[in-house]
Design a protein around this ligand. Structure first.
Ligand SMILES: O=C(O)CCC(=O)C(=O)O
Ligand SMILES: [Fe+2]
Length: 446
């Protein structure tokens, strides 16, 4: 199995193949994103491991006495039956930076299945096409702030998916199994102006690698928050933060890019989301190969992201080894991601306490870690054994920080109650025109 392969892909010196796709059927477990208190059933199918002296080594911040079994409960709070699918509001525009938390926000409900065809990214425009006879919409970048929509009669099958030119990794799809009204998903740009994607020279990449090794060696300020949960502070170099923004920007305005997701009860998440590798559907709380909202195939995880994830897990191992843990991979198993959920929080964005538990039973059983990158404004990050925000512990995640939670902490409740306004380092706006707000990428293995 991947996570047991010693000396495998995870080494920063080794080349890895692009992420593989796991086509197992998705789980139907639930995830709730509200901050309300909920009764936990305390059900657990996992055996708690001893803490192996973590807290006695002065490396654990917060309570070391938390019972991980409490974190392995099944959430039964949202077992109701749901109405028809929710479609992102066409009114969302690029200038709509703030993503209001509005549980009662009106949404377009459609009774038919939804599907959009390929996206074209030209010099000045981004177009979505319908795979059916509906009129596609062309969104002029020049008129984004005015929300100008131009109509164009072409159907997606008649067109060469130009999006491939902008990002060869991006796949566009027109799956046949859905028909009817097309939703309009307005591209969301995490950068304010058009910023040319600049390929980093190998020498620069090399230098970044060296810098990262330095910072790994220094391990300045890293913390074990609890067993299996490591906070790597300032782990992602400035250059890599810029690189991640540019990659996410490009993928985010393309087919399968950012949209504001909603739950079946009509509540909208207070963020923009896109998925890489597989799509996570907040309505079914499961993973899928094509996203049901528009039929788009999620773009592949860029190789540089995979490499950074491997380095972060290695760094967390090095760090916990300092606490005399002989087998750090027992505490945080190795993981090669095939899923990445990318969230962009506007300055009033938030995400309620929840568990990440929709990955495959095998992934959860092996407690493969979630690896989370933070870029931009800082986030207040809560984590705890149940969905009670008052009992949760808090840590601030700053730009460049990585949080790894696996092993005993794999199923902790966590959430982002607020974004710290204007806390992003200035270089992100200067070098990448990054919007005010926070980009978060969570990598998982299905
Ligand atoms: O933004 C974060 O730090 C957390 C995101 C998260 O928990 C998720 O996407 O599941
Ligand atoms: Fe999560």
């Amino acid at each position: 199995m991947n996570h047991r392969r010693s000396g495998g892909w995870i080494s920063s010196n080794q080349q890895t193949s692009p992420s593989s796709s796991n086509r197992d059927s998705p789980t139907q477990q639930n995830q709730d994103t509200t901050f309300k208190s909920a009764n936990s059933k305390g059900r657990s199918s996992y055996i708690k491991r001893p803490h192996k002296g973590w807290s006695s080594m002065g490396m654990v911040e917060g309570s070391g006495s938390r019972n991980s079994q409490d974190a392995l409960i099944d959430d039964t709070s949202d077992g109701q039956s749901w109405p028809s699918p929710v479609v992102s509001s066409p009114a969302t525009t690029l200038s709509n930076v703030e993503v209001p938390h509005n549980d009662s926000a009106p949404v377009n409900n459609t009774s038919s299945k939804l599907h959009a065809g390929p996206l074209e990214v030209g010099e000045d425009k981004v177009m979505f096409h319908s795979s059916t006879n509906k009129i596609p919409r062309e969104y002029s970048q020049a008129g984004q702030d005015e929300g100008i929509l131009h109509k164009s009669p072409e159907r997606c099958m008649d067109r060469i998916p130009q999006a491939r030119k902008a990002s060869p990794k991006r796949e566009s799809s027109c799956s046949d199994h859905v028909a009817g009204e097309m939703p309009t998903i307005t591209p969301f740009d995490i950068c304010l102006k058009k910023h040319k994607t600049v390929a980093l020279k190998p020498s620069l990449l090399e230098r970044n690698r060296e810098k990262r090794k330095d910072s790994e060696r220094s391990m300045l300020g890293h913390l074990v928050l609890r067993p299996g949960m490591v906070h790597l502070r300032n782990f992602i170099t400035h250059e890599d933060q810029i690189r991640i923004i540019k990659e996410c920007r490009e993928l985010g305005v393309g087919h399968g890019g950012f949209y504001q997701p909603g739950y079946r009860d009509g509540a909208k998440l207070s963020l923009q989301m896109m998925c890489l590798g597989k799509n996570w559907d907040p309505q079914t709380k499961s993973y899928e190969e094509f996203r049901s909202i528009d039929g788009a195939k999620p773009p592949a995880i860029p190789y540089i992201f995979e490499e950074l994830v491997g380095m972060a897990i290695n760094a967390s191992h090095d760090f916990i080894r300092k606490g005399h843990i002989r087998n750090p991979a027992d505490a945080i198993p190795l993981m090669k991601p095939d899923i990445c959920i990318v969230n962009f929080y506007g300055q009033s964005g938030k995400l309620g306490l929840h568990q990440d538990k929709d990955e495959s039973p095998e992934s959860l059983k092996n407690r493969l870690p979630v690896v989370s990158f933070s870029i931009g404004d800082s986030a207040e990050f809560l984590y705890g054994d149940d969905r009670d925000a008052d009992k949760a512990e808090k840590v601030e995640l700053k730009s460049g920080d990585v949080l790894v939670f696996g092993g005993e902490s794999r199923l902790i409740f966590h959430g982002v109650p607020s974004i710290v306004k204007d806390s992003a380092p200035k270089f992100l706006a200067d070098e990448a025109d990054f919007r005010p707000g926070r980009l978060n990428l969570t990598f998982r293995k299905y």
